[in-house]
Design a binder for this molecule. Structure first.
Ligand SMILES: [Zn+2]
Length: 43
């Protein structure tokens, strides 16, 4: 199921489960993000 991720800039995204455990960058502010658990995102 999709993972909901919220960036510190306030942007939110639904990330596919296949991207869990990865890191990515916010497409709004380009900051490097992770969810804090093993779930991460690829925006
Ligand atoms: Zn952001």
């Amino acid at each position: 199921m999709p993972i909901k991720v919220t960036c510190s800039c306030g942007a939110t995204a639904m990330v596919k489960d296949e991207y869990a455990g990865r890191t990515g960058e916010c497409r709004t502010c380009k900051v490097q993000l992770s969810s804090g658990n093993r779930q991460s995102l690829m925006l």
